[in-house]
Design a protein around this ligand. Structure first.
Ligand code: AMP
Length: 461
């Protein structure tokens, strides 16, 4: 099987060649022909399977015919990182098509987005919140959209975006092609597929099973000794890239600072970063200039580093799903990886739940020579106490939260603290978590990211 057999428009086929794809991935083999026939598709596939090209190529092919200068394809994605990735991939593949794309997400100035829309972009890659802002202001017209893609629908559900999606869909013409991709199919997403897809063809790609290639270990330790233990642990392992998860943004920043102080090339990804600093942290981790990334679950979305050798849970996550998804970031495909979790006494219950899910007892390890009875380091008072219980934070169900009128009052899709003018955004009400997660820092990250088919793209385009 090769790409010629799809009979893509020559300019699109040229783009495929240019990006260097030779053999279609399984999802592409299955999905491209049916999408080219104009059918609705429900794709069960994770990022890393080549799904962007699976929907991107047929979209480019379709748009080669027909009018230009207005929005004809809409791709909705949960996070700005994913939106950027999709946009990059489509722009690369579509380099010879003359079609124009624009990304739409919050946390940055709206004006450049408006200008690109006015200039006549045909393809829009958007996160839900900012897209609704544009719809509210009348700066985008979706009435002539021919193809709509809802990507990572399960994440959008996790992040509380389903009501937004339903509102967006109301702005689309009834006669359209709709493609929905999701790594998992929770009931609410299944319900959404019934609402938005017409007689869909289901395309399913087997899940990667990280649990088989990842070795797990638990490191019992007192709360105040987590950082010293982490430092010892890092000394004892041969690592490529290490992704460390903490429960809160503050802890992510602090742990990264402590690691940097200890001489590691470490950075953190958490909600308080400006878009530029976020991007710099991601790029640095991807290109290896940072060996260690410390992140919260939500901030870690979009990390697509191939060579993650170790995932370390500085704090155990508060759901079993989050555990499996976190460690899904290492040990992709045939690689092996290690997943270490620092646990304290309070984590017993969650450990039991994780073991029940994995159907195995996880090895408890102690580090030789580490003083488990040491008192708390004098200046490290923050880490001498457990993270603040999530439930104690105020919660405002998003559905009940009034939508701010002024666009500047809205944050970006995920975690931006500052907008493009570098002025702090107002805090946004936490989204409700139908699955029991409580704050924006602890949703269930669905599926892992992984670029498994070709070396990562050159940075700095
Ligand atoms: P995605 O799941 O769309 O994020 O794609 C994962 C990675 O696979 C990206 O780096 C793509 O550039 C790459 N990729 C997608 N399709 C192919 C293909 N047919 N051959 C080689 N690499 C591919």
């Amino acid at each position: 099987m090769n790409f010629e057999s799809f009979n893509l428009h020559p300019r699109v086929a040229a783009g495929v060649k240019q990006v260097g794809y030779v053999t279609p991935t399984p999802i592409q083999t299955q999905a491209i022909p049916v999408i080219m026939q104009g059918r609705d598709v429900m794709g069960l596939a994770q990022t890393g399977t080549g799904k962007t090209a699976a929907f991107g190529l047929p979209i480019l092919h379709r748009l080669m015919d027909g009018p230009r200068g207005h929005v004809r394809a809409l791709i909705v994605a949960p996070t700005r990182e994913l939106a950027e990735q999709i946009n990059d991939a489509i722009s690369d593949m579509g380099r010879q098509t003359g079609l124009r794309t624009v990304t739409i997400y919050g946390g940055v100035n709206m004006n450049p987005q408006i200008q690109k829309l006015r200039a006549g972009a045909e393809i829009v890659v958007a996160c839900p919140g900012r897209l609704l802002d544009h719809l509210g202001q009348g700066t985008i017209d979706l009435s002539r959209v021919e193809v709509a893609v809802l990507d990572e629908a399960d994440r959008m559900f996790d992040m509380g975006f389903l009501p937004d999606i339903r509102r967006i869909v109301k702005h689309l013409p009834a006669k359209r092609q709709t493609l929905l991709f999701s790594a998992t199919m929770p009931d609410d997403v299944r319900q959404l597929t019934r609402e938005v897809l017409r007689d869909p063809v289901t395309v399913e790609i087997g899940h990667m099973a990280p649990a088989h290639t990842v070795s797990h270990a638990l490191y019992p330790v007192a709360q105040h000794l987590k950082t010293p233990l982490l430092l010892e642990l890092l000394k004892s392992i041969r690592m490529d890239s290490v992704l460390i998860f903490t429960r809160t943004k503050h802890r992510a920043r602090r742990v990264a600072q402590q690691l940097a102080k200890a001489g590691y090339e470490a950075t953190s990804l958490q909600g308080n970063l400006s878009q530029n600093r976020r991007q710099a942290a991601m790029d640095g981790f991807r290109d290896g200039s940072y060996q260690i990334m410390v992140a919260t679950d939500i901030a870690a979305r979009g990390i697509d580093v191939e060579q993650i050798s170790h995932v370390i849970n500085y704090d155990i996550p508060d759901t079993v799903d989050a555990y499996t998804h976190r460690i899904g970031r290492t040990g992709r495909a045939a690689r092996t990886g290690d997943a270490f979790t620092l646990i304290t006494r309070e984590d017993d219950e969650m450990v039991r739940a994780v073991e029940a899910k994995l159907k195995t007892r996880i090895e408890r390890r102690t580090l030789d020579g580490f003083d488990y009875n040491a008192p708390a380091p004098a200046r490290d008072t923050e880490f001498a106490r457990p993270p603040r219980p999530q439930a104690s934070r105020p919660q405002t169900p998003r559905r009940q939260a009034p939508r701010p009128q002024a666009p500047s009052a809205r944050q970006g899709q995920e975690t931006p603290a500052r907008n493009a003018n570098n002025t702090p955004d107002e805090p946004r009400a936490p989204r409700p978590r139908a699955n029991g997660h409580k704050t924006p820092d602890t949703p269930r990250p669905a599926g892992g990211y992984g670029k498994i088919y070709r070396p990562r793209r050159q940075q700095g385009r």
